[in-house]
Design a protein. Structure first.
Ligand code: NAD
Length: 279
């Protein structure tokens, strides 16, 4: 600890800043490896692109979804990522299936040489008034949004603890705090994901692993198109900034939370909602 210096007048000055110890892999992000779940489309793709822009190799997984061209989107995403000159690995892998997640993680380590960042982005919504919501729909949302994130966190935890470095960011939602009508399962799942974020931050903090969540408002993705247009219009008008988020608005914050600049932030939820939560 530096001792305070004194001017001739004898007044105490602030301590002279001393160089801080820098942990291995904290110097920069280039050359590190990120895993983004559900990275083929929307927010996950934007997160993956921002990692790649910073020279981070990217692995992402996805599953097919009815009425969507996820497999084709995955190919496009992979091509766009490679254009940044980074290594890329992508595969179909259902985060609800622990064995599949463990196999995916092992494969990423073999293909890309390690893992330093995990972004639990894979998520679904099954919206219906509570009295109409089937238990299958409830379970689907919980299994994907909460259990899926737990599986992925567990699958990297041993590695992150051993290397004494790692960052985890969970994609929650403003709906965990300010639910709309008909989102009981989704809101409950995102609130549980925030609980998981805090618990994981406590357990992994001693190993220099930061765990945070972002809570986006309404983000312009295909998932948003499934909502009634009057809901989206109202949300846009209510937002303090008067706009919807682009996926990149979320991607930038996620990657910042993985950067060395954010090394003292853990167990937090960062709202990326254009002020919707304060309106
Ligand atoms: N779009 C928004 O307005 C908004 C707002 C707040 C939070 N979010 C959250 O952001 C995340 C991404 O949403 P999006 O809008 O980009 O939607 P999206 O539907 O485009 O992306 C979801 C991705 O997750 C993948 N996925 C779904 N279930 C999976 C599973 N079991 N295993 C592996 N992958 C799976 C899909 O293949 C898809 O690529 C979700 O967690 C969502 O809840 C979105």
């Amino acid at each position: 600890m530096a001792s305070p210096r004194r001017r001739d007048s004898g007044a105490a000055l602030a301590p002279v800043p001393q160089p801080q110890a820098v942990l291995p892999n904290e110097v920069g992000m280039r050359g590190n490896v990120a895993v983004v779940t559900g990275g083929a489309t929307g927010i996950g793709r934007a997160v993956a692109m921002e990692f790649a822009r910073r020279g981070v190799a990217v692995a992402f997984n996805y599953i097919d979804m009815a009425g969507r061209d996820i497999v084709e989107q995955a190919l496009l995403t992979e091509t766009a990522l490679r254009a940044f000159g980074v290594a890329v690995y992508s595969a179909k892998c259902d985060v609800r299936d622990l064995d599949a997640v463990e196999r995916f993680v092992e494969r990423v380590k073999a293909e890309l040489g390690g893992i330093h960042y995990l972004v639990n982005n894979a998520g679904i919504a099954r919206d219906a008034a509570m009295w109409r919501l089937g238990s299958d729909q409830w379970r689907d949302v919980m299994d994907t949004n909460v259990t899926g994130a737990f599986h992925c966190t567990q699958a990297v935890a041993r590695l992150f603890r051993a290397q004494k470095m790692g960052k985890i960011v969970n994609i929650a939602s403003i709906q965990a705090f300010h639910p709309s009508f008909g989102v009981a399962a989704y809101a409950a799942s995102k609130a549980a994901l925030i609980g998981l974020t805090r618990a994981a931050a406590i357990e992994l903090g001693p190993s220099h692993v930061n765990v945070n969540a972002v809570a986006p408002g309404y983000v312009r993705t295909e998932a948003l198109e499934a909502l009634p247009s009057d809901v989206v219009d109202r949300a846009k008008k209510t937002t303090v900034l008067g706009r919807l988020a682009e996926p990149e608005d979320v991607g930038n914050v996620v990657v910042f939370l993985c950067s060395p600049e954010a090394r003292h932030i853990t167990g937090q939820v960062i709202f990326v909602d254009g002020g919707l939560s304060i309106a």
